[in-house]
Ligand binder design. Structure first.
Ligand SMILES: [Zn+2]
Length: 237
């Protein structure tokens, strides 16, 4: 397989929530996009791993991606284990993505930032010819970090997902087990009716930064190169 883009995330639904609009946009642009979920989300308060697996397959169909798989690493227990990094690296060699989306390397949930950290190291390991791994050495060209779970962070860039927003919402709502039917439930498990408002508020916040309706934020470690400073997007004043 030769993917254009691979999103690696800790739990099923993380990609949908943090960068689902971008994934859909790249599918619509004709790119071959895949998702690699590291854990089954079995330690989550709601929904079994089996149920979340069904939900994630449904969401994959909504997004129109070419490939989705779950690595089956332990939920709520992602660690800096060489074994885990090698498992991810093998997948990178198999899927050969030109670009990779990882969760930002700091944050509240240890699984999220650990996925970002071991994901990065796996990308590096995948390119080492002497690494004890099956497959041909391969390293993604580009790594970008999704920062929606750390909204206080100033993004390096924002992707306009205005046209993809409804589909992103539809993909998120595939995860019925994660939503409460009760209207009064607060915080972690919003009611279905509250989902649109929450997802919309965040997307609107980042969209405003680039003069769009809805957006998703990203950070890169390296700076961006610009060819033409005259037609650069995003209004300054
Ligand atoms: Zn998560």
């Amino acid at each position: 397989m030769q993917l254009d883009l691979l999103s690696i995330a800790a739990h099923p639904d993380d990609t949908e929530l943090t960068c689902g609009g971008t994934v859909i946009k790249m599918v619509q642009a004709g790119y071959k996009v895949g998702l690699l979920d590291l854990t089954g989300g079995e330690s989550g308060t709601r929904g079994s791993a089996a149920l979340r697996s069904k939900e994630s397959a449904r969401a994959a169909r909504v997004m129109g991606i070419s490939h989705r798989e779950n690595l089956g690493l332990p939920d709520a227990a992602l660690e800096h284990l060489r074994e885990y990094k090698l498992k991810i690296a093998v997948k990178i060699r198999e899927l050969r993505p030109r670009a990779v989306i990882l969760p930002y390397w700091e944050g509240r949930h240890p699984d999220h930032y650990t996925a970002g950290q071991i994901g990065y190291e796996a990308c590096f390991l995948a390119g080492l010819s002497k690494a004890p791994l099956a497959g041909t050495p391969f390293r993604p060209y580009k790594i970008i970090y999704s920062t929606l779970y750390v909204p206080s962070l100033r993004p390096t860039f924002v992707v306009d997902i205005t046209r993809q927003f409804e589909k992103k919402l539809k993909a998120i709502l595939c995860y019925s087990s994660q939503f409460s039917s009760r209207k009064d439930t607060q915080n972690l498990f919003p009611s279905r009716s509250d989902v649109r408002e929450r997802i919309g508020a965040l997307a609107r916040h980042f969209g405003l930064m680039i003069g769009a309706r809805y957006g998703e934020p990203f950070v890169t470690r390296e700076v961006a190169a610009v060819e033409d400073v005259v037609t650069m997007p995003v209004k300054s004043i």
